[in-house]
Design a protein around this ligand. Structure first.
Ligand SMILES: [Mg+2]
Length: 253
């Protein structure tokens, strides 16, 4: 069976088959600290930013701007804009200005703060922590395992999501640290925040390339959360461990 097939097969196991000996051999060094991705790992935000852009569009049109198509077409455009922004092509401020300018706003820059306010106010309603996220983070803290979040995005928004998780550790957001996953500088910042050698850190995320392969190339362990039918590309290095629910972390460490 090829590598991808082997990982797909994990999804259908009700419980991970982790023996005591495999616990010890999963990581080359003892794991004393963990890094976490946020979106689709610790929780989901239910397209919060798409909806924030649609609400902004409503304001722009009410103030003399123009819709470029149906709401379905605008949603597709917004998703594309956000995808480019999240890949590091431009900042969220530039994304909002571009969006407003394309729709005929007189002062595109005036919409940046309004967009951010709409998005931040949506966090309590839209962001839903993973069912066991708070429990697992609390137990890791009780065990003395240092935890930090490393997330791509803009800082006040990702910080607000971390607060919804009652997360007490450092929260590193790409726009604030000036580096984003999969860049090695982002993982170096994580190791620095955790005050730990990368070899003693495992990073937990849902994205095979941006989270797992990137963390492993930075010398960390990579724990893939396989919970959303994402295929693990066979050319990527095998993760150090595969989990299907965050609670499985507690049996790994
Ligand atoms: Mg993610």
């Amino acid at each position: 069976m090829d590598t991808a097939g082997r990982f797909r097969a994990h999804r259908y196991r009700p419980q991970p088959e982790i023996s005591t000996s495999s616990k010890l051999s999963v990581f080359p060094k003892p794991v004393t600290a963990l890094g976490f991705d946020i979106d689709h790992t610790l929780g989901i935000d239910n397209k919060l930013e798409r909806v924030a852009f649609l609400r902004l569009l409503d304001a722009i049109c009410a103030e003399g701007g123009t819709c470029l198509g149906t709401l379905a077409q605008e949603s597709t455009r917004i998703d594309g804009l956000l995808e480019r922004q999240r890949s590091g092509s431009f900042s969220i401020d530039q994304a909002v200005e571009r969006f407003a300018a394309e729709r005929g706003a007189q002062m595109p820059s005036a919409y940046v703060d309004r967009y951010k306010q709409i998005a931040l106010e949506s966090v309590p309603e839209f962001f839903v922590p993973a069912p066991d996220a708070r429990l697992v983070l609390g137990e890791l803290q009780r065990r003395g395992i240092a935890c930090a979040i490393l997330s791509n995005g803009w800082s006040p928004l990702q910080q607000a999501k971390a607060r919804r998780l009652d997360f007490a550790g450092p929260v590193l957001v790409s726009d604030a640290i000036g580096a984003q996953k999969p860049q090695p500088q982002a993982f170096a910042a994580l190791a620095s925040a955790l005050k730990t050698d990368p070899g003693n850190i495992a990073y937990v995320g849902d994205n095979p390339r941006g989270d797992i392969a990137a963390a492993m190339s930075a010398g960390m362990g990579g724990i893939w959360l396989d919970a959303e039918d994402v295929l693990y590309a066979p050319e990527l290095p095998e993760p150090s461990a595969v989990i299907h629910r965050l609670a499985e972390l507690l049996t790994l460490l």
